[in-house]
Design a protein around this ligand. Structure first.
Ligand SMILES: [Zn+2]
Length: 91
């Protein structure tokens, strides 16, 4: 049984501002660049340090015009996401 670190609860629509060190791989993104992404979904990675973030560029018309597959998908440090939302704490 693997120890799974809970993914922070960050709601859809939250704007994440990511420095080059905050993420590692992204579809169509320049490594090390600063990225802004409006969150649409989080997907676990197989590690306890990273999580996949799907979302849209801030200038994207979603969801006002068309629903579409997220324009951005990148692997972000869990520690960075914790700045935006906290993991659920069991009492
Ligand atoms: Zn989009």
């Amino acid at each position: 049984m693997s120890a799974t670190v809970p993914i922070p609860e960050v709601g859809p629509g939250v704007l994440l501002t990511l420095d080059g060190d905050d993420w590692s791989e992204g579809r169509g993104l320049v490594p090390g660049s600063r990225v802004e992404v409006v969150l649409s979904g989080l997907h676990p990675d197989d590690s306890d340090e990273w999580v996949w973030v799907a979302g849209h560029r801030p200038g994207c018309a979603y969801p006002h015009v068309d629903e579409h597959v997220p324009c951005l998908e990148l692997r972000v440090r869990l520690a960075v996401l914790r700045r935006y939302g906290s993991a659920r704490h069991e009492p």
